[in-house]
Write a new protein. Structure first.
Length: 153
């Protein structure tokens, strides 16, 4: 594994994880990232919203790039000046259980820490058993707060 990731070998995706370069995405990666989110069953972001998010927090869209396969993993981070937030972690189905998501999250955590974040939050759907298990393994624990949301006109 190149870059700052720390993924460990150990599953069907082992070979990809070992060869992956974990790096900050550029504007050129946006179509591949959107396609990957779709493939992984996550809602793609509106292109304009994604570009605005990147402008607000440069270097916090992190991808795993495998030679010959391209962008097979992605995670989006944001920093609100106090907390880090993690959004839309996804690994291509053909490259899972090889440590790619772990490497992406480690790299993003380092980037958020460098910006001053001392805690990272994320939202995960309660029926996403695989993701819940993954986040628990990474040390992310549920908290009792209830999300409230309101669209602004
Ligand atoms: C969740 C996801 C990102 C994990 O990616 P990954 O590259 O396979 O994860 P890793 O290989 O780094 O997994 C590390 C550890 O997390 C746990 N884990 C990961 N996926 C798991 C699953 N589906 N079920 C149970 N445990 C899982 C395991 O303990 C795993 O270690 P192991 O393979 O040695 O047992 C991937 O399954 C995915 O893209 N899912 C669809 C999108 C999604 O739900 N995203 C999360 C939104 S909150």
């Amino acid at each position: 594994m190149s870059g700052h990731g720390d993924g460990h070998a150990g599953g069907p995706g082992t070979e990809s994880a070992a060869e992956a370069v974990v790096r900050a995405a550029t504007g050129d990666d946006v179509p591949a990232v959107q396609a990957l989110w779709r493939t992984a069953g996550l809602q793609p972001l509106d292109d304009g919203e994604l570009v605005a998010t990147l402008g607000h927090g440069p270097g916090l869209l992190v991808v795993a790039d495998v030679p010959g396969a391209g962008v097979v993993g992605v995670v989006l981070g944001t920093f609100d000046g106090r907390r880090g937030w993690v959004h839309r972690l996804a690994v291509h189905p053909g490259h899972r259980r090889g440590g790619l998501a772990s490497a992406l999250v480690s790299d993003l955590e380092r980037r958020l820490r460098e910006r001053g974040a001392r805690r990272v939050n994320l939202l995960v759907l309660p029926d996403n058993a695989g993701a819940l298990r993954f986040w628990q393994r990474r040390g992310y624990l549920p908290c009792p707060d209830v999300l409230h949301t309101k669209p602004l006109p």
